[in-house]
Each structure stands twice: as C-alpha cells, then as structure tokens.
Design a protein around this ligand. Structure first.
Ligand code: M6R
Length: 607
C-alpha cells in the first residue's frame, strides 16, 4: 500500500525523500511524488511509474530545491495510476498533502466541496482531504486538521505542508501507521521503519488521532484539542543491513536464506530448561488450559501458518482449532465470546482485515493473542497477549521468513498447550522442543541444494496451470506453496487435499500438467501415493517433495526433491523451503519483478 515519508533537515530534501521512499518500495506502488518548500513556495514533482521514473523526470524538468518536504509512493485505489492522480495533492493554494489509507466518505465530502465551488483535478480520495483542510484553514494548522478529521471517516495517515508555515511538516493518523524519526539535526515521518534506518534508529510511534509537528527545532505532539502529548522515544532493533539485499539478487532470496537465523531468534528465547516458556508474552500453562476453543484468524500466508498451527495443536494438544480468513471472520457474526482464544497472525501487524477481526473478537469478549513481526504495530499494541516473531524486516512482498517464524511459534504454542493439557508428558515435550531447535541446521542443508530446485523450476515455466496436492500437514503446506508460486510467477495454481481430487478437480488434469505433490507424512504416505498415481495415470508430470528415506518409482515422480527427515509433525519447517525456492526460481526465470509482484502490496492496510 502507499508509503509516506517526510524530511526536515539540512540535506537536499528531494534526494533524501527519494532514497527513503526506495526503502518503502516493498509496500507496492505504481506512482511516486514529492513536495518541497523552495524559494518559490511549495514545488511538486510527481510521476506515474517507479521511483526511477520520478528521478528521471526531475533530472529533465528540475528537482525541487529545499530542505523540508514530503514524499509518497501510491498504490492506486481511487483512480488509475497516472501523473495527475499521483501524490502529493494540493487543496487550493495553502495545503499540500500525502496520504496513506482510504477516505470512506470521500464521495459525500467531494459533493459538499463541489457545491462550495471547489474544483478537483484528480479522481483521488486524497484530494478531497486536501481541499477539506484548505476549507477549514484559517491560519492555525492544528485547528484545521482537527476540524477536517471530524468530517472524515476511514483509515489514513497524512503528511501535510501549509504554504504559510514554511519549514514545518504536520502529520496525523487514524489507523494507518506512521512514525516520526529523530536523527542528528534532522527529522522524518515515514510509514515504516526501513525508510529512516539509514539516518536514524530513533523514532516515535504516532498513535491514533495524534498530530505531530516537525521543524528545525525538533518534534512535538498534540491531540485534536491541541493539548501537548509526551511520547516515548523508541529505538529500532533492525539495523540497516537488515533492509538491504547484501549481495543477494532479490530480497526474497535473502529472506529465504535468513530463515535459520530467524527461527533461532524467535524460538530460543522462549525455551527454558528444554521446555517452551511463553510467560513473558503473557501466556502461562494455566491460562492456556482454560480456553474453551481456539480460533486462528489471519490473511494469506499468515493464514496458511495458522493452518499448520491447527494441525499441530489438534494433533498433540487435542483442542479443536478453527482457522478463518480475517475478511470472512469479521463479517460472519462469529460465534465467539468469553473463554475463547483468538490468535491473530500477521507479519506487518497492520493488515486491515486482521486488525478489524481482532477488534471484533475483543468486543465479543474473547481473549486475543497476536503473533506479529513488526514491532509496535497496531495489532501488536492492541492484543491482550503478544508473541513477537523475530524475523527482522521482511521486504519482499512474498512472505517467506515471516511464515517460517509464524509456524515456529505455532509449534511452541502447540507443545506448551499439549503439556498444559496433559496430552504429552514432559519428556515428549522436551523431545519435540529439541527437534524444533534442530530445524535451522536442516534448513541450511536444504538451502545448499538450491541448484537442484532451480533446475526443477525450469520445467514449470510453460505451465498454464498446476496443482499442489498433499494430505494433513502436507495439505496445509501445499496451500502455501501454491500461493507463493502464483503471487510471484503469475502461473495459475491451486492447492488441493490429495484425497479430494477425485471429487471434481481431477477432471482438470491434462497430459503434461505439472502436479507438485508434498508427501512428508509417513502415516499418510500410502494414501498420498495412491493419489499421486491417479494424477500420473492421467498424464500429469509430477514433482515430489518427500522425506529422504523415500525412493519413489518412476510411476510416482518425474522429479523429486528429498528433504531431511525429522518428526512428521515438524516436516513443514523443512518441506516449505523447496516450495519457496520453486516459486522464487519460476519467477526469476519468467523475468518477473520477484520482490514487487504486479498488483500486490506488502502491507494491506485497506480491506
Ligand atoms: O502482514 P500480514 O502477515 O498480515 O499479511 C498477510 C498477507 O497479506 C500476506 O501474508 C500475503 O499473503 C503475502 N503476500 C503472501 O506472500
């Protein structure tokens, strides 16, 4: 989704803004722009396309010259990607803004403003806010912002310049994230930490309905009534390197390789005396024991991590778990209340549907537990209990290391719950926990064999469509493998429970159709093999991901990748790696923009 930055300092503002915006590219965008206080007032440069297009435009037409300004990458919602719809937007002569989020009542406001004689140049909801601010502005920026916010519904973060307050940036947020960075002689606003890491690790989190003012004297905060707010200065624990490619061709590849370390960082601090210990996250065996039922609610890959969680928790703790897509959960009047545990999984901690689902669950009296990667994000702050995953910044749109640490947490929770419920004894819990700690080494071994996977991926390139199949945990994994492939390679694929194929989907199989079969669960092996034979008999070309002890016959697998074997329960930690790499290489080989696939945004802050 859109990215906002702002800069107050001594450097060339345009350069800093473009550089900071480049660190937000991962959020997804289709146009970019900046507005800078110059000797001639506020000058705007904006362009459809990538930041490179904006830079090229500024090279040809001149770069706004000044030390204070705001910048934006736009992910189109209201109006097509175009120069005119790009941000920043002006509202009359006095106000210039950048905006992240959605103004839900923009149509009504636009009609009201047109009736007052206001003329609009773009199709965006953003211009409506710019005009509204201008309408209410009588020399006091805070009063105008507060008044305009009364009229506006929706979620948003705004960076605002008032022409008669040169050198000052105002910012305000409702729901959409915004931070205020503080460096040596320079200040920033940004939608996310990576944008400022090159300049400073110190930042404030702007809360809902708070206004920030940045100028050469420093930063200050107030509420909508203008009352001063004192805020805690935070320090980002992500270093610059974490947000750079460090020699890898793509962030996705780098992040796949970071998985062993991410697991260690996430799991090790939560193990005490060989057993899972989540009490620092507010979770105790007693609290876990008493929940009536467990829901896991999330979107996309995070929801697939929840699917693994369901299989694990149900298998060893014998507690029913319902996994739900957040956008469905929130609108189907869920049957939850006091005594239920709702686990919300989210890398960004800002996904609009997941956040809304969590708020609904709280309202209905359920206890919420967030499993979140981004520190200080909305979901992290509002949950009753919180387990941070320590994957570090995930820049590629396709989630890999975040998924890995999310499922690691599902294991820790499952083990602790099973022990608390008396479904496994301490020795078994210790054994499983020790195995979880072994997974980083096994993953490192798999990563050394990435050439084998690259070769396998070559055979998928011309496919119109393909299937992923598996049973049990392998089905949960197939869902993730399929999503990864389609989102970055643009090859259509579906995941199916292998046993369900013959109830309809098998009619899709044609001669030469690739089918990726995941077969790591020994107890289900015979059944899965039968299903593989069924597709093979109908002409499918099969790609098998299985445990290393299995030597498939030619009538099962055309291509095979064997992963090291540990307990069946933990096999998804290993088997997901070849699936991630298949998707990665298919995308590279098709010449796609791996880290920024078309139409997608990293952080989905609108529903
Ligand atoms: O930030 P979140 O984990 O809440 O994001 C959820 C999904 O949008 C995300 O996992 C998405 O499906 C990824 N692009 C998948 O790779």
């Amino acid at each position: 989704m859109c990215g906002i930055v702002g800069y107050v300092g001594k450097k060339c503002c345009a350069d800093v803004l473009v550089d900071a915006l480049s660190k937000l590219e991962y959020r997804g965008y289709d146009s970019a722009g900046i507005a800078v206080f110059t000797e001639n007032g506020i000058e705007i440069a904006k362009s459809k396309g990538r930041l490179a297009d904006l830079s090229e435009k500024m090279k040809n037409e001149g770069k706004p010259d000044g030390n204070v300004g705001i910048g934006h990458t736009r992910w189109a919602t209201h109006g097509e990607p175009s120069d005119v719809n790009s941000h920043p937007h002006r509202g009359g002569e006095k106000v210039t803004i950048v905006h992240n989020g959605i103004i839900e009542n923009y149509k009504k406001l636009k009609e009201m403003l047109i009736a007052k004689g206001r003329v609009f140049v773009s199709e965006t909801d953003t211009e409506v806010v710019a005009q509204l601010l201008d309408l209410y502005y009588e020399g006091d920026p805070v009063a105008a912002i507060a008044r305009a916010m009364q009229d506006v519904t929706g979620s948003f973060a705004l960076g605002i310049l008032f022409a008669d307050h040169p050198g000052k940036i105002y910012a305000v947020r409702r729901e959409s994230p915004l931070i205020v960075g503080v460096g040596e002689d320079e200040r920033f606003i940004a939608s996310d930490v990576p944008a400022i890491l090159k300049y400073t690790a110190k930042y404030y989190l702007l809360e809902h309905e708070e206004i920030a003012l940045l100028d050469e004297n420093g930063v200050s905060f107030c509420d909508m009534q203008g009352n001063t707010i004192t805020k805690e200065l935070l320090t980002a624990d992500w270093d610059m390197d974490a947000a750079e490619k460090q020699g890898y061709e793509h962030f996705m590849l780098k992040e796949i390789h970071e998985q062993p370390e991410s697991i260690k960082r996430t799991v090790m601090p939560r193990i005490e005396n060989g057993l899972p210990d989540l009490h620092e996250c507010g979770i105790t065996p007693e609290s876990l024991r008493n929940f009536r039922s467990i829901y896991i609610v999330a979107c996309g890959t995070a929801m697939h991590a929840g699917m693994v969680g369901k299989y694990v928790i149900e298998k060893i703790a014998r507690v029913p778990v319902i996994v739900d897509i957040a956008s469905e959960f929130r609108y189907r009047e869920p049957l939850i209340g006091e005594g239920d545990l709702i686990i919300i999984i989210s890398q960004s901690g800002e996904t609009a549907d997941s956040l809304a689902a969590m708020r609904l669950a709280k309202k209905l009296g359920a206890t919420t537990l967030a499993v979140v990667n981004a520190k200080g994000s909305s979901i992290a702050r509002e949950a009753d209990m919180l387990i941070y995953t320590h994957a570090g910044p995930e820049i590629a749109v396709a989630s890999t290391k975040a998924y890995m640490v999310q499922i690691s947490v599902m294991y820790l929770l499952g083990f602790e719950l099973a022990l608390a419920k008396g479904k496994i004894d301490e020795a078994e819990c210790r054994r499983l926990t020790a195995l979880l700690l072994e997974t980083p080494d096994y993953i490192a071994q798999i990563l050394e064999r990435k050439d084998e996977i690259e070769a396998m991926a070559k055979h998928l390139l011309d496919a119109q469509s393909l299937l992923y199949i598996g049973r049990g945990l392998d089905y949960a994994l197939s869902m993730e493998g399929s999503l990864k492939l389609k989102e970055i390679s643009y090859i259509h694929s579906e995941a199916y429970a292998a046993g369900e194929l013959k109830h309809g989907t098998i009619s899709l199989i044609y001669k030469g159709m690739p089918v990726i079969a995941v077969d790591t669960q020994k107890a289900l092996h015979e059944k899965t093999v039968s299903n593989i034979k069924e597709v093979k008999a109908r002409g499918a070309v099969t790609f098998l991901v299985c445990g290393e002890s299995y030597q498939p016959d030619a009538d099962i697998a055309d291509y095979c990748f064997r992963v090291p074997e540990i307990d069946d329960l933990l096999m998804p930690m290993l088997a997901v790696v070849p699936l991630q790499l298949i998707a990665y290489h298919a995308s590279v080989q098709r010449g796609n923009d791996v880290d920024k696939p078309r139409n997608l945004a990293k952080s989905v802050t609108v529903e």
